[in-house]
Design a binder for this molecule. Structure first.
Ligand code: HSE
Length: 399
C-alpha cells in the first residue's frame, strides 16, 4: 500500500479525495499498488466530513512520517506551498501539484531537487486543468522538435469572449453576469488581464525549450479592451476573437506572448468555446496536434493531479525525466514579430490611415463613423509607428 497526503482541502484537494475514492479500483490497478490517503492538511476542521479523521493542521506530521511517499499539493499560491514542497522533495517524497503559480516561479528548481532526491515533482494539473498536455510534451512527443505551442489556456476569458460573440454583448456586462453565476472570480484580474494564461504558457514554453521561460518576460495583454463592435467586424470577416497564449521558435529565437487574436473559422481553436481550453502543439515531424477539454473545475483538475499520483506510484525511488533546466531563455521581443493587424480608426482618419498604411484591405461592417481595415504583414514595431502617426481607435492582431 502506498500512503499519500493531500495538502489543502479546498476545491481541488477535495476533488483529489473524491477521484481517489470513486475510481479506487482503476487507480489501484494502474498504480500497481493500493493508494491510501493517510493525511489531509488544512487549517480548518471538517466536522461531519467522511475524511474528517484524516485532517491534520501541522505539516510536520506529514513530513515526519516516512510512510508517506507522495503528496498532492493543492493549496495554491507561493507561501507556504513552496516551503512545504521543497521540504517534502528533500525528504524524497514526490509532490503532485495543481499550483501553476508555484510551478511557473520555482518549477525548474523543484524538479532538480526532486531528481537529486530520487523522487518527482509532477504538475499535469497546472496547465489546462484535466487536459493531458504536460505528459504528452514530456513523454509522447519526445521524437519531435516542438517549434510552436498555441493555446486557449484560460476558461474564464474564453467563456466571456464566447458569450460576447453569441449575444453581441459588451465585456463589462458579460463579466458581471459571469461573476454572478460564479464562473468568474470576484477579483477577475488574473484571468481577464491574461496573467493566468501567461503563467501557463510560461510552463509550456519552458517544456518546449527545455530551459526556463520566465513568465515576467512574456508580453501579456488581456481582453478588457475587446468590445461588442470588434465582434461585429470579426463576424463580417468570417473570424472570431480568442485570447491566445503562444510560444514559437524560429531559427533559434524564442517568442512568447498572450493577447487577443482574430482567428479564422478554419483555425482549430475557433471551435473551442465557453469554459473549454485547448492547446495546439506543432512538431517538426508530426505537424499539428491538438489537446482539448475542461481547463478548470474540481474533478477535471483533480483527475490530472491523481494521474500524477499514479505516475509517481509507478516510479517510487525512480526519476521521471522532465527537461526543464534552470537556465533562463532569452525571449526575442515581440517588436520583431511579423503579422497582419485589424485596425479601427475614426471615419475622419480614413485618408490618413490609407496614406500611412498604404496597402490595406478595407473591412465593410456598417459601423457608423468608423473606417476599418486589415494591414499587410508588418512587424509590431512598424505597426506601432504607423498607428501612432494615424491615431487609431483599436487594433487586434490577426493569427
Ligand atoms: N481561472 C482559471 C481559468 C482556472 O479560468 O481557466 C484554471 O486555472
Amino acid at each position: 500500500m502506498i500512503q499519500i497526503a493531500v495538502m489543502g482541502y479546498g476545491t481541488v484537494g477535495s476533488g483529489v479525495v473524491e477521484v481517489i475514492e470513486k475510481n479506487k479500483e482503476e487507480i489501484n490497478k494502474k498504480s500497481g499498488e493500493a493508494i491510501n490517503i493517510k493525511y489531509i492538511l488544512d487549517l480548518r476542521d471538517f466536522p461531519g466530513d467522511p475524511y474528517a479523521d484524516k485532517v491534520v493542521h501541522d505539516v510536520e506530521q506529514i513530513l515526519n512520517d516516512p510512510e508517506v511517499k507522495i503528496i498532492c499539493e493543492t493549496m495554491g499560491g507561493l507561501k507556504p506551498a513552496y516551503d512545504f514542497t521543497k521540504r517534502a522533495l528533500l525528504l524524497g517524497k514526490s509532490v503532485c501539484t495543481s499550483n501553476k503559480e508555484l510551478v511557473a516561479v520555482h518549477g525548474p528548481e523543484l524538479i532538480q531537487i526532486a531528481h537529486e532526491n530520487k523522487c518527482n515533482y509532477l504538475f499535469e494539473a497546472s496547465v489546462g486543468g484535466g487536459i493531458p498536455i504536460i505528459r504528452p510534451l514530456n513523454y509522447s512527443l519526445t521524437a519531435e522538435k516542438i517549434d510552436a505551442i498555441t493555446g486557449i489556456l484560460n476558461g474564464t476569458t474564453n467563456y466571456i469572449l464566447s458569450k460576447m460573440e453569441k449575444e453581441g454583448a459588451d465585456f463589462d456586462d458579460v463579466l458581471k453576469e459571469a461573476q454572478e453565476k460564479g464562473y468568474a472570480e470576484k477579483n477577475p484580474e488574473a484571468d481577464v488581464e491574461g496573467y493566468d494564461a501567461c503563467r501557463k504558457i510560461a510552463i509550456l514554453s519552458s517544456l518546449m525549450c527545455g530551459k526556463n521561460v520566465k513568465y515576467q518576460d512574456i508580453y501579456t495583454e488581456g481582453i478588457t479592451q475587446i468590445t461588442a463592435v470588434d465582434f461585429i467586424y470579426a463576424k463580417a470577416m468570417g473570424k472570431t476573437i480568442k485570447l491566445l497564449a503562444q510560444s514559437k521558435e524560429e531559427e533559434g529565437a524564442f517568442f512568447a506572448m498572450v493577447a487577443p487574436f482574430m482567428i479564422g473559422r478554419e483555425h482549430p481553436l475557433s471551435m473551442v468555446n465557453d469554459v473549454f481550453n485547448a492547446v495546439c502543439v506543432h512538431g517538426n515531424m508530426l505537424g499539428e496536434s491538438m489537446y482539448y477539454g475542461r481547463g478548470a473545475g474540481k474533478l477535471p483538475t483533480a483527475s490530472a493531479v491523481v494521474s500524477d499520483v499514479v505516475d509517481c506510484a509507478r516510479h517510487i525511488g525512480k526519476v521521471i525525466m522532465c527537461f526543464w533546466d534552470q537556465g533562463d531563455v532569452t525571449l526575442t521581443g515581440i517588436e520583431q514579430a511579423s503579422r497582419r493587424f485589424f485596425v479601427r480608426v475614426a471615419g475622419e482618419n480614413e485618408r490618413k490611415a490609407m496614406e500611412t498604411f498604404q496597402s490595406i484591405h478595407v473591412v465593410e461592417a456598417d459601423v457608423p463613423g468608423e473606417f476599418a481595415f486589415v494591414t499587410e504583414l508588418m512587424t509590431e514595431k512598424e505597426f506601432n509607428e504607423k498607428a501612432e502617426k494615424t491615431g487609431i481607435i483599436s487594433r487586434i492582431r490577426i493569427e
